[in-house]
Design a protein around this ligand. Structure first.
Ligand code: DGJ
Length: 341
């Protein structure tokens, strides 16, 4: 059944794709990005899963017209693409609810979802930053939801406190090794140290102790991580709420470090808002996407957060330039995937 849906989706995407206008295939960072039906892509603080030749973009659904303080978060929205430029709306794959006693009551704070496929269990596992209703951000949970299909529905399973801390943790990245081992890298609360812990085989709970990642500056948020030729590359931000700050970039041959700090990998200026690399073009990192079918092809994904109306938040996708095995990100007004050829 699951494979039937995916096959149909793949055929459907290919046919629709063939009819699409070639001009749509340019990525325009920092401008409104519409899905194939002309609606703004409503997936914020998200990430991309590549599964069976299809890319799935998952992010937080934001309710139009509501601010962050008025609980704009509305669960996980999913889009699918086979070319990374034209995205088909697959709908919401996880909803919040109106039960005040439930962890996912619609007044919780639900941020930065990431979905990972567990080949051992056949489950798609969604992780998200979860602050319970009325509890502020002093204690941060990781929420976990599970689905048998990339298209959901994701059923809420449980929450856990990361970092072996009673206050849990904040922004995070999930990093999956080639052998399937999964790691939770996060900023621990309350001391804001950057830590890493291994998840159990089911990807449901951390197992064992979290360790501090040596060499990572305190208050490093918005982490995104990939591994290339045995080296981990970590892109992140500083800590200034919803306001942009300068990006941070580190490399290491071990997740626990020592991590080498390379400063800000960004350069250039967003011609739309005039913001340069000191403010990450107005954005904050959320994910590094590996482009399949190419070697050394990575896309850095950022959000331009608009806390007054996050539905209008914008996406910045920029290609990663690799020189001397280091990642660099240069502002481009528009670009296409031929850049990786
Ligand atoms: C910083 C995080 O990186 C954002 O995703 C968001 O949670 C803000 N904090 C909220 O202040």
């Amino acid at each position: 059944m699951k494979y039937g849906i995916i096959l149909l989706l793949f055929i459907g995407l290919s046919q629709l794709h063939a009819q699409d206008n070639i001009s749509k295939k340019r990525i325009v960072p920092g401008e409104l990005w519409n899905d194939s039906r002309g609606n703004p892509i409503n997936a914020h603080g998200g990430g991309v899963l590549f599964y069976n030749e299809i890319y799935y973009w998952y992010g937080t659904h934001k309710t139009p017209g509501l601010s962050e303080t008025n609980h704009a978060d509305g669960g996980i929205h999913c889009y699918a693409s086979n070319d990374l430029t034209i995205w088909y709306d697959m709908g919401r794959v996880l909803y919040l609810n109106d039960d005040e006693r439930h962890d996912l009551f619609n007044e919780c704070n639900f941020d930065r979802p990431k979905v990972i496929f567990n080949a051992k269990t056949g489950n798609f596992v969604a992780f998200f930053k979860l602050y319970l209703k009325g509890h502020g951000s002093e204690t941060g949970y990781v929420g976990v939801a599970v689905s048998k299909s990339p298209l959901g529905p994701f059923n809420y399973s449980h929450k856990f406190l990361g970092g072996n801390s009673p206050n849990g943790s904040g922004d995070f990245a999930m990093f999956q090794e080639e052998n399937g081992d999964l790691y939770h890298l996060t900023v621990r609360k309350p001391d804001k140290a950057f830590v890493v812990g291994k998840m159990n085989d089911e990807y449901l709970m951390p197992e064992g102790k979290y360790l501090v990642c040596q060499g990572i500056l305190e208050k490093t948020e918005a982490p995104a991580i990939v591994k290339r030729n045995g080296v981990y590359h970590l892109l992140a931000s500083g800590s200034s709420g919803w306001s942009p700050n300068a990006a941070r970039y580190y490399t290491s041959t071990s997740l626990t470090g020592p991590w080498e700090y390379h400063g800000n990998p960004c350069s250039g200026t967003n011609s739309g808002n005039g913001l340069g690399s000191d403010k990450t073009y107005g954005g904050q990192s959320t994910f590094i996407l590996k482009v399949h079918g190419h070697t050394n092809a990575y896309v850095a994904m950022f959000d331009i957060n608009k806390p007054e109306n996050p539905y209008e938040s914008l996406h910045i996708w920029l290609p990663v330039d690799i020189r001397d095995n280091k990642f660099y990100i240069q502002w481009l007004d528009n670009w296409d995937l031929d850049i990786f050829k």
